[in-house]
Design a protein around this ligand. Structure first.
Ligand code: CP
Length: 333
């Protein structure tokens, strides 16, 4: 890493924020939700590159709207529109882009691509979903839990379904990072990789969080404060559809599942949702569902993340850095 790149903060996995840093981002998110245009670190406007190798609605709009609200200009690049990854290496792309843009946001397949981008970038790189993690989604989910349940620490969160996918990994890691009791349930062979579980357990020791990985949905659901699920057929798995519908049938979030959770449990789904598949319509459209707040919170949480990364990287203007210091109050900076 060059001297220029030293000290630049990136957000590639849920554990790239230390527990106290995660709390700072969530506090900033609450602030920007109340006062959306008070912080404008991208005024100029500065450009933020937003690459999509996969389709998106929420991520696309929340980043584009968030960058604009921070005073910047999003440059959204759709699949196949740039040389990135086929005609030009990721490293060379990073070396060029960081002379032109203030942030690089990328939805892609391999986590290693994001790591290479970050290694060669002098501006923050943000994972907007990879095959392994969806950490921006979890910032929104934790903000939603905090809003509806008052706090994250000590609350229990059950995730049911494809427990080997990027959302399960991120629920596990981000949940324990926020001090939650995270229970992940899926069929044998579709549970988080051991290295993810080990990393979650290690972080849980710092935060008071707890980790349960089980094939028994009842064990995960028992009195849970939060019930979460995700599509059973992620992008690129369409050919496995029939097999997956059979495989995950016992892990559907329906009324029977909700009866096992706390009476006051809230329901999360990152969307898009398939009613009648991983989640019953009566649940996602019912009174315990907070999925629309969760979707909106993508905007606020990602704005907070971008402000925080720019500030921590020493790339925010003095006025923004001072405002952030004042909002976070007790932060040592
Ligand atoms: N939840 C989520 O990432 O939505 P999109 O795929 O629409 O961006």
């Amino acid at each position: 890493m060059s001297a220029e790149q030293a000290g630049v903060r990136h957000f590639l996995t849920d554990l790239d924020l230390a527990p106290e840093e995660l709390q700072q981002v969530l506090r900033l998110a609450e602030f920007v939700k109340q006062d959306p245009y008070a912080l404008r670190p991208l005024r100029g406007p500065q450009t933020a590159a937003v690459f999509f190798d996969k389709t998106s609605t929420r991520t696309r709009f929340s980043f584009a709207a968030g960058i604009t609200a921070l005073g910047g200009a999003p440059l959204v690049v759709n699949p196949g529109e740039a040389q990135l990854g086929h005609k030009e290496s990721i490293a060379d792309t990073a070396r060029v882009l960081d002379r032109m843009v203030s942030l690089i946001i990328w939805r892609t397949y391999a986590q290693t691509g994001l790591e290479e981008m970050a290694e060669f970038s002098g501006v923050p790189v943000i994972n907007a979903l990879s095959d392994d993690y969806h950490p921006c989604q979890l910032l929104a989910d934790l903000l939603t839990v905090q809003e509806h349940l008052g706090a994250t620490a000590g609350r229990s969160m059950a995730y049911l379904g494809d427990a080997a996918n990027n959302m399960a990994n991120s629920y596990l890691l981000a949940g324990v990072n926020a001090g939650m009791d995270v229970r992940i349930a899926g069929p044998a062979g579709y549970l988080p990789a051991q290295e993810i579980v080990d990393a979650a357990r290690e972080r849980a020791q710092q935060t008071g969080g707890r980790v349960t990985v089980t094939t028994d949905p009842a064990e995960a659901l028992r009195d849970a404060d939060v019930v979460a699920t995700d599509t059973w057929i992620s992008m690129g798995q369409e050919e496995e559809k029939e097999h997956r519908l059979q495989l995950f049938g016992d892990y559907r979030v329906d009324a029977a599942a909700m009866r096992q959770a706390s009476d006051s449990a809230i329901v999360l789904h990152c969307l898009p949702a398939y009613r009648g598949v991983e989640i019953a319509a009566e649940v996602i459209d019912g009174p315990q569902s907070v999925v629309w707040d969760e979707a909106e919170n993508r905007l606020h949480a990602q704005k907070a993340l971008m402000i925080w990364l720019l500030t921590e990287s020493g790339l925010a203007d003095e006025s923004t850095a001072a405002q952030v210091g004042s909002i976070l109050g007790d932060r040592e900076s």
